[in-house]
Write a protein that binds this ligand. Structure first.
Ligand code: ADP
Ligand code: MG
Ligand code: MG
Length: 988
């Protein structure tokens, strides 16, 4: 990319404005804006970002004319201030500040007190009426210049400063007397002489030029580059350089400096929030040298100044229509604002501030909707520590460590350090906190079962952070003070935790406590501001927001969060419960045989009807035979029995969900999962069978048992050492040392037989590519009895509610359709089942039959598919997998990160819709269906339905609804509104 110079390289503040951020940087543009609206900023000028880029292009040389421009503008500043740069009596002193178009706090450099030299320092002292601050300004200049411009390690100056303070008995910088400062200055000069071989120039112009170059160069210092990479900020923007007259906050007790927010950035509460240091320079607040006072203290100590500050903060807030983060300095009772920007705030503060700014008349409702990042809204609904409980834990010294809050929410649970052990403990009903150095895709099964995750490494974009945010679970990452010891403990701040201990973590604040800290999740109806904001969102959005919910509890939560329907109820999740899994496994074991026998009968019946008279008799005979075979088949009997059992479960499930939704639409997806998901792992089974066989048939059986016993005892002993004594020890033993069973050969044989049967089934159902294998409607076509059972359960549940007078809206969805013929075969068959069920119950409920669009072929032939379906729902996860030919798990664990890091892909397409590829298929399918019927209902039920930019795409595409997990529903509501208002757009 080539950027051409626009010509003008330097702008006076009066010439700029807030709309020139990319040219003047944030600091420069907003200083200009403040000057323009009459907020007191020191006079100054800005060298543009483009100039810094040109400087780099020319091999780090000033472009032609730049220096003359700078000199000319310094002269203008002299006129404005009535002071002269480098003048002995009346010197002008300036700061040379970096400022990029996006905030990069503390990453680049600023040099203060430029213009203080041997020649001018006495004059400055006279102007200040005090020698001390002038000398102090000089030593700060030398120190800053030495560090930033000359690259001399900070520590060299700091040690000298500390020594001097110690010798002088001064606790703080400002207590150093002129004599000591004089000494410091000459020592600092000595450091520079020694490091560079040259004395520090006394010519302020020479120093100024070097300072501007240093500010330009700081755009490319390693810190700044790393930060941009981490934040995904472009390297092509460059930095502006703001040169501004210095104001001094250290001229006595009527001076000072501070940083404030116009509202509390944590809670959003109205009122100034910040810190003030009397008799200090700006950098002292940030440096944390002295403990500042809370800004409220000024209210009584310094009412007039407080009034000025408050008024200016309000003025800035009203002007920017947003909460501001402000740096200010008071020089002899006069207030100067040095910087203002929109404040970073927590999600709940963002919501509260947006709503209150509307009631204060600062924002319109629509503007307020644009002020909250949709993706953050779910954070507001997350649990957090009860304030009093946390305070008590602090007081009891239970704070273990602090890390980076990576995914909001608070949780307590027992520490588990191995993801493989999480499930066993979590399934036993104990909440678990997974504690690791870092996580990777192999740990996901543990993360899913854990209530929270803590890692000692990684940042906001680490694996743990990304996965937990997706799951809506609390997570603290980068807790580097936590050290993992060889004995299996983890220590920090002199405390330690081990497996089995209880800890609590807050993923918003990054705090970790030992023991339990009570947490509460705000009830959505308690969140007045959020509800207000989302209410406004509902008023402007066109797109409906539904939720993915598999249980009545999920359904209730979804509705509490504002869902207007269920876009995806996955039936397979209902089969995973222990008492059901047995039935589904047996069903799968005997299903194929039984289904085939049943089919044979119906095929013969059909053939008989159409057969010529001459063949009838023979056929009748064959039919009788098949019927007899069917009736006497154990497989068929068992199959029907298992189906009946599952139907009973499913009817209850659907009844509960319909009831919870009170007549809102509920889309139920018929069985979709690859069948092996219901079965144990093949490799593990093979091993277990081999082991059992060896134990039963092995030559030295006694020997083997003995060895095994010894081994077990040794392992128990080793394991025992790691455990805290107590119940878990006995649990552990009873779980593993089932000695009586092992001694019982009968039992072993039975176990082996059972395992062999399962193995046979698993081997039979095993597929080399299950994602593309026997799943979804393909099972529906080969074993139609399963789908028929599900449809009967849906209709029965619906009828039962209808009988109770409750409204029901059922939509039955068929997954993995790739060819219209699949629907042509299934739909009439399932319809017939539904009608028969209704007739049998004597109650009439309506339902829709639709399909998921998740196989590219279905999208490509949507015109045909639409004729056999009453609605579409994009299964965007599978559609993404199949369009990219990525298996998600493999891609995410092997190469997708690399793709994103190297910009082969702009982002992970499983998080944000790939609009150009997957989105294009969605567009084709939508247009084709709407060609068939302009009102054809279409939604999306993949996780993308909760991603703001994907929601924007669906809105732009004209879908009827997005469906997201319950906790993402508020996100989708806001995003849908923002899209309707043009505040967000689909990803490119
Ligand atoms: P950063 O981007 O790192 O905050 P700044 O350019 O804002 O760097 O400056 C650092 C500190 O110097 C701030 O605390 C600011 O208040 C102070 N400062 C900058 N310019 C001036 C000035 N003209 N007069 C007084 N203090 C200043
Ligand atoms: Mg600043
Ligand atoms: Mg799917």
């Amino acid at each position: 990319m080539t950027v051409t110079m626009s010509g003008k390289m330097v702008y006076r503040l009066a010439e700029g404005g807030a709309d020139m951020v990319s040219l003047l940087g944030g600091k420069g543009a907003h200083a200009s804006e403040m000057a323009r609206i009459g907020v007191p900023v020191p006079p100054g000028f800005v060298i543009t970002t483009e100039t810094s880029l040109e400087y780099f292009r020319q091999g780090r040389r000033f472009p032609d004319g730049l220096w003359d421009d700078i000199v000319r503008h310094v002269h203008m500043l002299e006129e404005q201030t009535g002071r002269l740069f480098g003048d002995e009596d009346n010197p002008l002193v300036v700061s040379v500040r970096s400022g990029a178009p996006v905030s990069m706090p503390g990453m680049m450099d600023t040099i203060l007190n430029m213009g203080v030299t041997d020649t001018t320092v006495a004059g400055l002292a006279r102007m200040m009426g005090d020698e001390r601050p002038a000398l102090d300004a000089f030593r700060r200049l030398i120190q800053g210049f030495g560090d930033v411009v000359l690259g001399i390690p900070k520590a060299r100056f700091e040690t000298v400063l500390e020594d001097t303070k110690k010798r002088a008995g001064a606790g703080f910088d400002y207590e150093l007397q002129p004599e000591a400062l004089q000494g410091l200055i000459s020592e600092f000069k000595g450091i520079i002489q020694e490091a560079t071989g040259e004395p520090l120039s006394d010519d302020p112009w020479v120093l100024l030029k070097a300072a501007v170059e240093a500010v330009f160069n700081s755009w490319n210092n390693p810190r700044a580059i790393t930060y941009r990479e981490f934040q995904g900020i472009s390297h092509n923007m460059g930095t502006a350089c703001v040169i501004m007259a210095m104001v001094f906050g250290n001229l006595g007790n009527d001076s000072g400096t501070g940083v404030l927010f116009s509202r509390n950035p944590g809670s959003g509460e109205r009122g100034l929030y910040g810190e003030f240091l009397p008799n200090a320079q700006g950098e002292d607040v940030v440096a944390g040298i002295r403990t500042p006072q809370r800004i409220q203290a000024l209210h009584s100590a310094w009412p007039e100044i407080y009034g000025q500050i408050d008024e200016t903060a309000r003025q800035l807030e009203a002007h920017y229509k947003d909460v501001q983060d402000i740096e200010f300095t008071v020089e002899r009772g006069k207030l100067y604002i040095l910087q203002t920007r929109s404040a970073k705030r927590t999600a709940s503060a963002a919501v509260r501030i947006a709503v209150e700014l509307v009631s204060e008349g600062v924002l319109t409702q629509e503007q307020a909707l644009g002020r909250v990042e949709a993706g953050e809204v779910s954070a507001v609904l997350m649990p957090h520590f009860v304030t009093e409980a946390k305070a008590a834990a602090m007081k009891e010294g239970r704070l273990l460590a602090e890390g980076v809050g990576a995914s909001p929410g608070a949780a307590s649970g027992v520490v588990v350090m191995d993801p493989d052990r999480v499930a066993a403990i979590a399934d036993g009903g104990q909440p678990v906190i997974l504690v690791r150095q870092e996580t990777n895709p192999d740990d996901v099964h543990g993360i899913i079962k854990a209530n929270g995750v803590l890692t000692s490494r990684g940042g906001m974009t680490s694996h743990a952070a990304v996965v937990t945010r997706g799951l809506g679970k609390p997570c603290v990452v980068g807790c580097e003070e936590l050290r993992f010891e060889a004995d299996g403990r983890a220590t920090a701040r002199g405390k330690s935790i081990a497996e089995g201990d209880v800890i609590s973590l807050d993923g918003a604040t990054g705090e970790i406590f030992i023991g339990e800290v009570e947490a509460v999740a705000p009830r959505p109806d308690e969140l007045e501001e959020l509800n207000t904001l989302l209410g406004w969102a509902d008023g402007v959005r066109r797109l409906q927001v539904w939720a993915n919910a598999d249980t009545p509890e999920d359904a209730h939560r979804a509705r509490a969060n504002g869902a207007e329907g269920i876009g995806l109820c996955r039936t397979e999740h209902m089969f995973f419960a222990e008492e059901r899994l047995r039935h589904i496994r047996r069903l799968l074991a005997i299903g194929p045989e039984a289904s085939q026998l049943i089919r044979r009968v119906s095929e013969l019946e059909e053939a008989l009807e159409n057969a010529p008279a001459s063949e009838r008799e023979a056929m009748q005979g064959r039919l009788e035979e098949a019927k007899a075979q069917c009736d006497s088949s154990e497989a068929v009997q068992g199959f029907h029995a298992e189906l009946a059992e599952l139907e009973r479960f499913q009817t209850e499930d659907f009844y509960g969900i319909f009831k919870a939704m009170e007549g809102l639409p509920v889309v139920i997806r018929l069985l979709d999962a690859p069948l092996h998901e219901f079965l144990p792992d093949y490799g593990e089974l093979v091993q277990e069978v081999a082991e059992l066989t060896r134990r039963i048939e092995g030559d030295n059986r006694m020997e083997a048992w003995l060895n095994r016993g010894r081994d077990l005892v040794n392992r128990s002993a080793a394991e025992l050492e790691k455990l805290t004594v107590g119940k878990r020890v006995t649990d552990w033993l009873s779980e593993r040392v089932s000695l009586p069973q092992q001694a019982d050969e009968e039992g072993l044989r039975e176990e082996l037989e059972e395992k062999e049967r399962t193995l046979e089934l698993v081997a039979h159902l095993r597929e080399s590519n299950p994602m593309l294998g026997h799943r979804g409607c393909r099972v529906g076509l080969t074993m139609p009895e399963i789908y028929e059972m599900q449809v009967r359960a849906i209709v029965t549940a619906g009828c039962r509610l209808a009988e109770e007078g409750a409204p029901v809206r059922a939509e039955i969805m068929i997954p993995i359709v790739s060819h219209v013929n699949e629907l042509k075969w299934l739909r009439p068959r399932l319809r017939a089942v539904a009608s028969k069920t209704r007739e049998a119950l004597g109650i009439y409920v309506t339902y829709l039959f639709g399909t998921m669009i998740e196989v590219p072929r279905a999208a490509l032939t949507a015109d045909e598919v639409a004729t056999e379906a009453e609605f579409f729902s994009f299964g965007s996860n599978d559609l993404t997998q199949m369009t990219f030919a990525f298996s998600r798990d493999d891609a995410e664990s092997k190469f997708l990160n690399h793709y994103v890091e190297t910009e082969i892909l702009p982002r992970n397409p499983f998080n944000t819709l790939d609009t150009r590829g997957v989105g294009r298929l969605m567009r084709m399918a939508t247009e084709a269906a709407r060609e068939v019927d302009p009102e054809f209902p279409i939604g999306i039920c993949g996780e993308h339905g909760g991603d703001p930019r994907s929601v924007a795409f669906c809105n732009e595409l004209g879908l009827n609804y997005v469906s997201a997990s319950p906790f993402r529903v508020p996100v989708a509501r806001l995003a849908a509104a923002q899209s309707a208002l043009g505040q967000i757009q689909a990803a490119d």
